[in-house]
Design a protein around this ligand. Structure first.
Ligand code: GLN
Length: 502
């Protein structure tokens, strides 16, 4: 490969940047500056970042260049972090007013590992408040726009990360996914996004939403980049009690192998309940068409395709919207006006309860309050069994559907989202319509299994995502199949937005 032109730095894959850095055709300062220039020029329009410190980023890049380590693994490559990831000394808000001004005293494990790998932090990205939402319109700090069409949402809740990467304002980024918040925004912006097996990436230092579901993962322009970023953050962490003690998975190798396009022997199950016959309400025809074409491509590469029925998936949405708010109502109790950020009404005349109530009234937005109320109700004595208990039983049924499916096939596939990116403002006052954006992503979250979204073409000029789900700890299968599909469909879809393919 020849050195990328300077002007092309923000369309070059991270894997190619690493090669050029290693060959000393480029410096980390040059790459970092290219991204900072683009942020300065474009982010007024996109709104993807909540915090950028150009001087700190450049100083860090200089340090990596001076140490001569640029290009060793991820060293010298810039990265953006969703603002739910706690970063030492760097403002962290989780998209909420209640955390305005908070500078954490420590790094999340994900942030610490990326720091140790020598990456350069560009900034913290916008998100739905406490990761509750599917459009990034629930942020206390304004909306983020989709680089494919600025009048549309970039997905959520990791919409700042998706817009930054798709818009060329970061080579890649970290998102978090509780019910779909990596996969759905990746799908709607033409990116690759992976939700790892629950417990395989540390949750230490991620601001908790729903602890039994939350996972951090990579958002990138290519499957290989996503795999490289994933490897850098994965692995056991004694600071997270639910962390799985298993080796870091080999993913980049799988992505490279997958790109060869040989899927012979692979058994693929198309989930009937996610857009199949009798389950197409709310699915756009363009999404179903691109999905069917992608399945045909997998077949063309030797995969054996069959339909698999997972009946309990139809209940994922109501079960999720009981479990996630229940856990959130408990997790968000810590924001009391005493320990972090905002404090309202502390004028000497009010007692602690009043200050707490005023702080929470002013600090939380409407969607967060809705979930706290719903979750508190679902957990209250007398209702607990009827709501939370039933939802947990549904969760078990969903896991059993996955187990039965994976007894017959290697991966399960579906569209990532029922529709392409919707217009800004079109669902924000209709929570149920907003929740429907997660229809296809929720089952894998509830079962804790890995799932990737990889682009499978455009519908009316907007990206469509293809979801690949695998058994727990078989994240490598997601990458292998995604890489095969990416190669068979003419390379990374994002190149059609940036013109890099031309
Ligand atoms: N959109 C879903 C919700 O609002 C999922 C969010 C997420 O994955 N963080 O809860």
């Amino acid at each position: 490969m020849s050195a990328p032109e300077r002007s092309d730095l923000t369309t070059t894959s991270a894997a190619d940047l690493a090669r050029a850095l290693k060959a000393r055709e480029l410096s980390s300062v040059e790459v970092t500056r290219a991204y900072l220039d683009r942020i300065a020029a474009e982010d007024g329009r996109l709104g993807s970042y909540l915090h950028v410190d150009a001087d700190v980023a450049l100083a860090r890049a200089e340090e990596i260049d001076a140490a001569g380590s640029a290009g060793d693994g991820l060293a010298g490559i810039p990265v953006a972090l969703k603002d739910v990831v706690v970063t030492e000394g760097v403002p962290t808000t989780s998209g909420s007013k209640i955390l305005e001004g908070w500078r954490p005293p420590y790094d999340a494990t994900v942030a610490a590992r990326l720091k140790a790998a020598g990456t350069v932090l560009l900034g913290k990205t916008n998100m739905d408040e406490f990761a509750m939402g599917s459009s990034t319109e629930n942020s206390a700090y304004g909306v983020t726009r989709n680089p494919w069409d600025p009048e549309r949402i970039p997905g959520g809740s990791s919409g700042g990360s998706s817009a930054a990467v798709a818009g060329g304002l970061a080579p890649w980024a970290i998102g978090t996914d509780t019910g779909g918040s990596i996969r759905q925004p990746a799908a709607l912006t033409g990116l690759v996004g992976h939700k790892p097996t629950y417990g395989s990436v540390s949750r230490y230092g991620l601001i908790a939403f729903s602890s039994s579901l939350d996972q951090a993962g990579p958002m990138a322009r290519t499957v290989l980049d996503a795999a490289l970023l994933h490897e850098a953050i994965a692995g056991h962490d004694p600071l997270d009690s639910t962390s799985i003690d298993s080796p870091v998975p080999v993913l980049a190798e799988c992505a490279r192998r997958g790109a060869d396009g040989d899927l012979s022997g692979l058994k693929v199950g198309v989930v009937r309940e996610l857009g199949g016959e009798g389950h197409r309400d709310g699915y756009e025809q363009g999404v179903l068409d691109r999905f069917a074409e992608a399945v045909a491509l997998l077949e063309g590469m030797g995969a054996e395709v069959r339909e698999v029925s997972c009946p309990a998936f139809d209940l994922a949405l109501p079960a999720y919207y009981l479990i996630a708010p229940s856990e959130a109502s408990s997790n968000l109790a810590r924001f009391d006006g005493v320990r972090y950020g905002l404090r309202v009404g502390d004028d000497g005349d009010r007692d602690l309860d009043e200050v707490m109530a005023l702080t929470r009234e002013q600090g939380f937005g409407p969607e967060v309050k809705r979930r706290i109320i719903l979750g508190t109700y679902a957990l209250s004595s007398g209702y607990y069994e009827a709501y939370y208990g039933q939802a947990q039983k549904v969760r078990t049924l969903i896991s059993r559907d996955f187990s039965a499916g994976f007894a017959d096939v290697d991966v399960l596939v579906s569209p990532t989202t029922p529709t392409v990116a919707f217009p800004l403002g079109s669902r924000v006052d209709d929570p149920v319509a907003m929740y429907a954006a997660d229809l296809c992503t929720l089952p894998a979250s509830l079962a804790g299994v890995p799932a990737i979204s990889v682009p499978c073409g455009l519908s009316d000029g907007l990206p469509v995502g293809f979801q690949i789900m695998a058994p727990a700890l078989a994240d490598d299968r997601c990458y292998q199949v995604a890489a095969a599909l990416e190669a068979a469909s003419g390379g990374p879809l994002i190149d059609r937005l940036t013109g890099a393919a031309a």
